[in-house]
Write a protein that binds this ligand. Structure first.
Ligand code: ZN
Ligand code: ZN
Ligand code: ZN
Length: 555
């Protein structure tokens, strides 16, 4: 019965739209009719560091209009995972929007060692562009290191550049990588003493008037206020006690406990940057996203636009206070309200049922290992100093020089290949010897070589995740895997980057135009998202996509 009603409603809409167009010529009527089958706007939402269980842990405290609206009206993929390692922000955002993994799109980390220039590079930095909206080098960013297209790029190509794409995030990489190469704009937040949304000359030479207006509106400043819990803290039964030894906290305050006087604390915590580590950073992101929808007329005509929003505050709060903190719980309860505000605005402007939303994360996070240890779960911290010393000794004894290793980063060892040749050694032999040495160190559980990764295909397990994250041109010679829940990090707060479930299992929700209501425990992977949206829009898949469209979510 429900299906018949939906069908009737769709038919009515179809006829109504058609009727509206009978006044225009028949050619535009045909075009218009075809396009009304597609959403007017696709909103991609990435919640930085959102573990799957945040959806279920806090669900009873969420309202009806945010996360729960997506669940009750849309499709909930409950067993959604990253299928590669490392699970960092840059690779995460690139993978969601390109429908593939670092092996193909080339964003192998947030920062990585560039084998050609022999220097570390940042995933979004670009010396060839100028900052716009600031003088600071924080504006010298572009997606040029990402080697494949996003679904937003494909939508731009499909619509002859008529459908707009705009990326928005506090973090530059959270805005730039999702928006892709052909984006009209990507905006990110520059804190410090400026507190402004900025961009780069990759997109434009001057900020649009609406962005300038937003920046002078003192909106950011209005959030430098008290951060207390949204509801009575005694009702926050889904998280640990507020005062504990597993949290970082802010400079200038002894205890990591509510309330936080952000205006006062901002002085010692990089000015406006403190907002990034509070739920108000997400509120400011929604304020700006709404301003963008309004000023850029997103979703106003029949040609599909794409808005990519990434909420970064969740990541900063998680790093600072840890997965089990009251601060994380409050951040999600407030994000739920911000999502509701965004959806209500889109209902009013684009129209209920006229836009499509997906929500996922760029990675999860580990429970603070010192907390896990306190409840007897195997966990801990890697002794990098000890490893380094032992490795130095090994290299000197075995090869007569440490210089055979050029760089160690992102759990990868990069060899000086010229040096290997000069010493008359076989590359794969050196890789094997170093791998075996590393495997003997505490808390290293697995090792793989570049040679193995280039010559073997792994269908399952951590090996598959390493293979999907391994880029022959950009990755290192030896890949190291730490014991599960052992991290290289401060003893307070949470981090991420591993191939373990706590980092790979993240929410995936779809709702709105063209989306069925339902849920599944069938495994889905992050690279499936972009082909699913492409299929919904009837456009080409991103050019490097390796995921599959999730046909069961499409109506
Ligand atoms: Zn992240
Ligand atoms: Zn606390
Ligand atoms: Zn992070």
């Amino acid at each position: 019965m429900k299906n018949i009603i939906t069908l009737a409603a769709a038919l009515f809409l179809f006829i109504a739209c058609g009727a509206q167009n009978t006044t225009t010529d028949s050619k535009s009527q045909t075009t218009s009719l075809e396009i009304t089958e597609r959403p007017k706007l696709v909103v991609g939402i990435v919640v930085d560091q959102m573990r799957y269980d945040y959806l279920t842990r806090f669900q009873s405290k969420f309202g009806d209009g945010g996360f729960n609206r997506m669940i009750s009206e849309g499709f909930n993929c409950k067993n959604n995972h990253f299928n590669y390692v490392p699970t960092y922000t840059g690779p995460g955002h690139a993978s969601v929007y390109t429908g593939t993994t670092p092996k193909i799109h080339g964003i192998i980390g947030n920062n990585w060692y560039n084998k050609e220039t022999k220097a570390m590079v940042y995933c979004a930095s670009d010396d060839n562009v100028k900052p716009v909206g600031t003088e600071d080098e924080a504006g010298q960013m572009s997606p040029h290191r990402m080697q494949t297209t996003t679904f937003g790029d494909e939508n731009r190509l499909f619509t002859q550049m008529q459908g707009k794409t705009i990326g928005i995030s506090l973090k530059d990489r959270g805005a730039i990588l999702p928006a892709g190469h052909t984006a009209n704009a990507a905006y990110w937040f520059h804190g410090k003493d400026e507190g402004a949304w900025i961009t780069s000359s990759f997109y434009m030479n001057e900020l649009p008037q609406w962005v300038k207006d937003f920046n002078v509106s003192k909106k950011a400043k209005s959030y430098l206020k008290e951060w207390n819990t949204l509801y009575d803290i005694s009702t926050y039964t889904e998280s640990g006690v507020d005062e504990n030894t597993f949290e970082g906290g802010f400079k200038g305050k002894d205890k990591a406990t509510f309330p936080y006087d952000l205006k006062k604390l901002s002085k010692e915590n990089n000015g406006f940057d403190i907002l990034k580590a509070t739920p108000y950073g997400n509120s400011l992101t929604v304020d700006f996203a709404i301003a963008a929808v309004k000023a850029e007329n997103l979703g106003k005509d029949q040609i599909t636009d794409v808005l990519a929003v990434s909420f970064s505050a969740t990541d900063y709060v998680g790093h600072n206070f840890g997965v089990n903190s009251k601060e994380v719980e409050d951040t999600y309860l407030r994000l739920d309200k911000d999502l509701e505000r965004l959806f209500n605005y889109l209902d009013a402007t684009v129209g209920k049922g006229e836009y499509t939303v997906f929500l996922t994360a760029d990675h999860g996070a580990v429970d603070v290992p010192s907390y896990l240890e306190s409840v007897k779960v195997p966990a801990g911290y890697v002794d990098n100093k000890d490893r380094k010393e032992r490795f130095k000794t090994f290299l000197n004894v075995t090869y007569g020089t440490e210089a055979i290793v050029e760089n160690i980063s992102n759990n990868q060892i990069f060899l000086d290949r010229a040096k290997v040749k000069e010493l008359g050694l076989k590359l794969s032999g050196v890789q094997d010897a170093i791998a075996m040495e590393q495997l003997s160190y505490p808390n290293i559980s697995k090792v793989y070589t570049a040679t193995t990764m280039s010559t073997t295909s792994f269908p399952v397990g951590v090996e598959e995740l390493i293979e999907n994250g391994f880029n022959q041109k950009r990755s290192g010679d030896v890949i190291l895997v730490n014991d599960i829940a052992f991290i290289s990090y401060s003893k307070t707060g949470s981090t991420h980057g591993s191939s373990s479930n706590y980092d790979t299992h993240v929410p995936l929700l779809f709702f709105g135009k063209g989306i069925k209501h339902g849920e599944t425990f069938n495994k889905t992977i992050i690279p499936d998202i972009a082909p699913t949206i492409s299929a919904l829009l009837g456009i080409s898949f991103p050019n490097g996509a390796t995921g599959q469209p999730l046909g069961f979510v499409i109506d």
